[in-house]
Design a protein around this ligand. Structure first.
Ligand code: MN
Ligand code: MN
Length: 466
């Protein structure tokens, strides 16, 4: 099939819309560098659009009807939004689902130590990173510390111009003879990802100088954090700084965490911007823990999604266990997650006919998984046929792609998990260059096409279901 660059289809007015949407997106990712921060921003955006907290509705014994708009904050790490449709829920929903966790480096529970006149926090990386990419960069520290008395201290240090940043050192090339002969996976070991947090000694009551004590004194004074409070902290190290345009033509964006906020943001906005009452209930779900296998109470493998659908059903009327099962089974879903963009510098990792190209629009992946389609969702042809019509009618620039060459590796998303309910699911997202690197790159056109794709999908009043 001939591949078309989406930019060529834009008139000036559309170019302005593409630019405006990219700007809103950048504000979201600059403020949302962790799943918790994304949830907070999403809740605020929902309330601004008149969406009500579903759990409040539940507590107050409230009722929902066609056109009702609700959101859910699940454990401060997942976010869901619904608009109740005209059809009963058992006819299924149109769902867009993304994740808002991104690869990063987390702080351990007993992290503080001093060595060689430097104070450090010890870390355990999160998700699939090339560890060497995280060295010698300005890093920021985001997260929460839950104190014994129930106080939650929220921090974000390293994003303001006047903030300090944090740093993981690398070996100078002059002394890199041994290091450079190692394979890239061994250039730096996980245990060597130690974060420099101080180097100025203070003298204690016993006149002994300690750099660690100096750091702990600052933590106590500025943030009311004791050393043992790290036991109940969730602190994430992410690249410091804001999203930036790439290139003379400013058509790409470099930022941390495009995977998968570049799909999460347009997914959420497709619901928040929805005008009127949909035929079928529309839903956006932004989940956590995708990067480590969708595990835990906030990962898509947990039961929160069906539990929330049950609550929604109960408020909308007609609840039964069977009806909840029907609602899930009859649903259609776009698993809105990123794919790998063809990279000419690493062309050998791709199969060009089936690669996603930057600027060619939202990309659909029938299957992800590894060689032999292992672990993939493999969406039904009938469902895809219907979607092609929805995309064509919506004027969406889209492409069909596969993540890399057959035996080269692969990836997974939440698609196969949601498909466990029997719903029709396909991956549809934005192609990313340097996925999982501290600074990833995407095209503004692809971001805009993803938004158009999700809007068109949610509006589909005659979905094909098999
Ligand atoms: Mn992803
Ligand atoms: Mn990922």
């Amino acid at each position: 099939m001939e591949k078309k660059n989406a930019w060529l289809s834009y008139d000036e007015a559309t170019m302005a819309k593409v630019e405006a949407f990219a700007k809103e997106y950048c504000a979201y990712i600059d403020g949302g560098k962790t799943e918790r921060e994304c949830v907070a921003l999403s809740v605020a955006a929902s309330e601004a659009k008149g969406f009500k907290d579903l759990m409040k509705v539940v507590k107050e014994g409230g009722k929902l009807e066609a056109g009702s708009r609700v959101y859910v904050n699940w454990m401060n790490k997942c976010y869901l939004a619904f608009i109740v449709g005209k059809q009963p829920l058992c006819e299924g929903m149109n769902i867009v689902g993304a994740h808002i966790d991104s690869p990063r480096i987390d702080i351990k529970q007993n992290p503080v130590f001093e060595e060689g006149e430097l104070a450090y926090l010890d870390t355990h990386y999160y998700g699939g990173i090339k560890k060497y990419q995280w060295l010698a960069l300005p890093l920021a520290l985001h997260g929460v510390i839950a104190k014994k008395d129930g106080t939650i201290i929220t921090i974000a240090i390293g994003e303001e111009e006047t903030d300090p940043v944090f740093y993981i050192s690398d070996l100078l090339p002059h002394l890199g003879a041994d290091q450079m002969s190692k394979t890239a996976g061994k250039l730096i070991e996980g245990e060597a990802l130690d974060l420099i947090v101080g180097s100025k000694p203070v003298k204690g009551e016993d006149e002994k100088a300690s750099i660690k004590d100096g750091v702990l004194a600052i933590l106590k004074e500025k943030y009311d954090i004791e050393e043992e409070d790290f036991e109940s902290a969730e602190l994430e190290i992410v690249p410091a700084g804001k999203a930036r345009d790439i290139g003379f033509d400013r058509a790409l964006i470099a930022a941390y965490g495009h995977d998968d906020r570049v799909c999460a943001y347009p997914s959420m906005m497709a619901v928040l911007d929805y005008e009127g009452t949909p035929e079928y209930t529309v839903c956006a779900v932004l989940c956590d823990k995708e990067e480590i296998g969708s595990v835990g109470a906030t990962g898509m493998n947990a039961r929160f999604f069906e539990n929330i659908v049950a609550e929604l059903y109960n408020c909308a009327g007609g609840y039964s266990e069977l009806n909840v099962r029907r609602a899930l089974q009859n649903s259609r879903m776009l698993s809105s997650d990123v794919s790998a963009a063809f990279d000419p510098n690493f062309a050998g990792a791709f199969e060009k006919k089936n690669a996603a190209f930057v600027g060619h629009g939202v990309c659909f992946s029938k299957f992800t998984g590894r060689g032999g389609k292992g672990g993939s969702n493999d969406a039904n042809a009938e469902f895809i046929g219907g979607l092609r019509k929805v995309m064509a009618d919506g004027g969406v620039n889209y492409q069909f792609c596969e993540l890399g060459r057959v035996d080269q590796g692969g990836g997974g998303t939440i698609a196969y998990i949601c498909a466990n309910y029997g719903m029709s699911v396909i991956d549809a997202g934005v192609p990313v260059l340097s996925m999982h690197a501290p600074w990833e790159a995407i095209s503004k056109a692809d971001l805009y096409e993803a938004y158009k794709c999700y809007c068109a999908f949610l509006k589909d009043a005659k979905p094909v279901v098999y």
